[in-house]
Design a protein around this ligand. Structure first.
Ligand code: ADP
Ligand code: MG
Length: 339
């Protein structure tokens, strides 16, 4: 009997893992944006070419990386965000798996520039198919720029699976909206080809909503808030007139992380019952704060699904918060919600 099992080389292991993390340009953007937020950036610029197939670049003014860390960050399971398994139950950063950059670097050509405020020079790294092609000191502003070029250049089958540019761009804009909503205190801009399509100054959530979805939301947002021992709810719902047939303007965040939940969507929908036509969906941007010990965000690598210990309570609180907000809105329809 001869032994046949071998450990896979890193480049292949990374490529396999990348299948989980990077399904399309938008999923890479999500990871890069979250890293920029985790780095404490107050300004984030996104540049997209060919719907992200040619280029996604995220430039932040966050804390930057040392030359060694700039190299380390492309290793799998390399993270500065958790150290022990205990930390897994108290995650406050977006990232923690240490998988994103390793995955991206396995399936794209990546150029990273980074400088910390106390260093005079930054560092430049070029990496391709998990292999470092170049690392050298470079002039760079404080912060980090990651450019992901030619996604799936080395995995033609997956490149062919990408959808048309308008479809991929829609996913990109959705990711951008989610992160921008969760962080009105950070200024964001988005360039498509060379055109600036979003310019969002730091401000209040209501201003961010108007900046993202248009002036028609001005004065049309009803604040929604409820505090209970289990969960705190905060955010805005759109007045019934803002409801639409198409979905896409419904946002839940748990501890500032965007999540999808048809169960909780139902809670909002039923609160709107009788106020909007059955085939329309209300606008909402609702933030839930829950003790991280009562949720499990480790369910899925892209982390848009989470498990609640007590989903029913959350459902009930959301429904009541929305009902109350609507009730208050009916009593005093002329309230100015100070946008
Ligand atoms: P994770 O975010 O799960 O830790 P990543 O692969 O996304 O894993 O990033 C690995 C590490 O690289 C991070 O833990 C962080 O220390 C560093 N890093 C990544 N992006 C940035 C950035 N924009 N600014 C500063 N440090 C970064
Ligand atoms: Mg990350």
């Amino acid at each position: 009997m001869s032994d046949v099992i071998q450990l896979l080389p890193d480049a292949i292991a990374n490529q396999i893992a990348a299948g989980e993390v990077v399904q399309r340009p938008a999923s890479a953007l999500k990871e890069l944006l979250e890293n920029a937020v985790d780095a404490g950036a107050t300004q984030i610029q996104v540049i997209v070419k060919e719907a992200g197939k040619q280029l996604i670049q995220v430039i932040d003014n966050g804390k930057g990386m040392s030359p060694t860390d700039a190299r380390m960050c492309f290793e799998r399971h390399a993270t500065s965000k958790i150290r022990t398994s205990q930390d897994l139950f108290a995650i406050r950063t977006f990232g923690f798996r240490g998988e994103a950059l390793a995955s991206i670097a396995a399936v794209a050509q990546v150029e990273l520039k980074s400088r910390q405020s106390h260093s005079e020079l930054g560092t430049l790294i070029q990496i391709e198919g998990s292999e470092v092609k170049r690392q050298e000191p470079t002039a760079s502003p404080v912060g980090t720029s990651v450019a992901m070029k030619n996604l799936f250049y080395n995995v033609p089958a997956r490149r062919n699976f990408l959808k048309s540019n308008p479809v991929e761009m829609r996913h990109i804009v959705e990711e951008f909206q989610r992160v921008a909503l969760a962080h009105p205190e950070i200024s964001f801009s988005l360039y498509q080809q060379d055109l600036e399509t979003y310019a969002l100054p730091a401000g209040k959530l209501s201003q961010r909503i108007v900046g993202l979805f248009g002036k028609s939301y001005q004065g049309q947002l009803v604040p929604c808030e409820e505090n209970t021992p289990h969960v705190n709810i905060k955010g805005y719902i759109g007045k019934p007139e803002q409801s639409k047939k198409s979905r896409g303007e419904q946002f839940f965040f748990v501890n500032n992380r965007y999540i999808k939940s048809s169960y909780l969507h139902h809670a909002v929908s039923t609160a709107f019952e009788g106020l909007i036509p059955q085939d329309q969906h209300p606008f909402y941007v609702l933030f839930m704060e829950i003790d991280p010990a009562h949720i499990d965000i480790n369910v899925h690598p892209t982390k848009t699904e989470i498990k609640f210990d007590d989903e029913r309570t959350v459902y009930a609180v959301i429904r009541s918060a929305v009902k109350q907000a609507l009730g208050a809105h009916h009593v005093t329809p002329a309230l100015d919600f100070s946008i």
